[in-house]
Design a protein around this ligand. Structure first.
Ligand code: NDP
Length: 283
């Protein structure tokens, strides 16, 4: 492999150390940052994700509440719980783990969270803030990707960034963040006719698709920086990204691994957003 690996675990640990210091400073003033994580139903992957988030809170000293509900929970009951948490002064961030059961409208639930506590950055007011370049919470996954680019000292100004994927939680906010840093941005999706033609133009390529090893060596410009957001299972059931890491690693200058890349950074930025919410509330 020629490319340098951007180690998301190591970078996360460094950031979490400084978040721990920030938490200690808040606690010294009698303020304990708090995050509520709401889980509805028994989705096994969601259970793992929420456990990891709660564990990460403990690691940096953030108080967390894991609010578990059966999949039969009604929308009204969920709204009522969010209203309570919106009012709870010990809670600074509220996260509703997605996906929700089919009978609950996820967007309505997200809109119910106070924008001041929207640490996932999915509320329409956070999305609007990102769109207009105003202050607001950035969605954790693309925020983590930006931190990785910052870490390697990559100046986006004048560079061509290509984002594959246009979801509201990764692709679109990623493109806006890159744009804010003065990159020229192309967004690709399932209706993009010649994906390779697009990806070959990328100085920075972000893959957020959900298709195992979609991005192959021949699709990447020499010395490009490649950020792999995907979390998929390969033909052997092994965790892998959207990028064929071995092949692409031969041509890229930097590459993020899966696992150990964007995944840990996502949780770290959730912690950072929670501390930011707490600090803003007590300013
Ligand atoms: P979505 O399914 O919401 O979006 C996938 C996007 O990829 C869509 O915009 C879709 O296009 C596009 N797409 C699908 N197939 C192709 C294709 N063949 N060529 C080009 N574009 C394509 O997924 P998410 O954004 O939620 O997640 C993407 C991946 O990132 C997943 O693997 C997910 O597990 C992972 N993920 C990882 C996180 C982490 O912390 N590491 C956090 C969040 C997600 P269209 O809009 O046209 O349908």
């Amino acid at each position: 492999m020629n490319a340098q690996i951007i180690d998301g675990v190591a970078l996360s640990n460094t950031i979490r150390e400084s978040l721990t210091q920030e938490t200690l400073a808040l606690k010294a003033k009698g303020i304990t940052p708090g995050l509520a994580v709401i889980l509805v139903g028994e989705n096994p992957a969601s259970q793992v994700y929420v456990r990891n988030k709660v564990k990460a809170c403990a690691q940096v000293g953030i108080h967390s509440v894991l609010d578990q509900h059966p999949s039969s929970l009604t929308s009204e009951a969920l709204f009522k719980r969010i209203d309570e948490l919106n009012q709870d002064p010990s809670i600074h961030g509220i996260l509703v783990q997605l996906p929700l059961p089919a009978h609950i409208n996820a967007q309505e639930v997200i809109e119910r969270i106070s924008p001041l506590k929207d640490v996932d950055g999915f509320h329409i007011s956070s999305a609007g803030a990102l769109m207009t370049g105003s202050r607001g919470f950035w969605p954790c996954t693309p925020y983590g990707c930006m931190k990785m680019l910052e870490h390697i000292g990559f100046d986006l100004k004048g560079k061509h960034a290509v984002v594959v994927g246009r979801s509201n939680i990764v692709g679109k906010p990623m493109a806006l963040m890159l744009l804010q840093k003065n990159a020229t941005v192309t967004i690709c999706h399932s209706a993009t006719p010649n994906l390779k033609e697009m990806t070959l133009m990328a100085d920075v390529l972000v893959a957020a698709v959900g298709v195992a090893k979609l991005i192959t060596q021949d699709m990447v410009k020499p010395n490009a920086v490649v950020i792999d957001v995907g979390m998929n299972r390969d033909e052997h059931g092994k965790l892998c990204g959207d990028v064929d890491t071995a092949g692409v690693g031969e041509v890229a200058s930097f590459i993020t691994p899966v696992p150990g890349g964007v995944g840990p950074m996502t949780i770290t930025m959730l912690l950072a957003n929670t501390l930011e919410a707490c600090t803003a509330m007590h300013a």
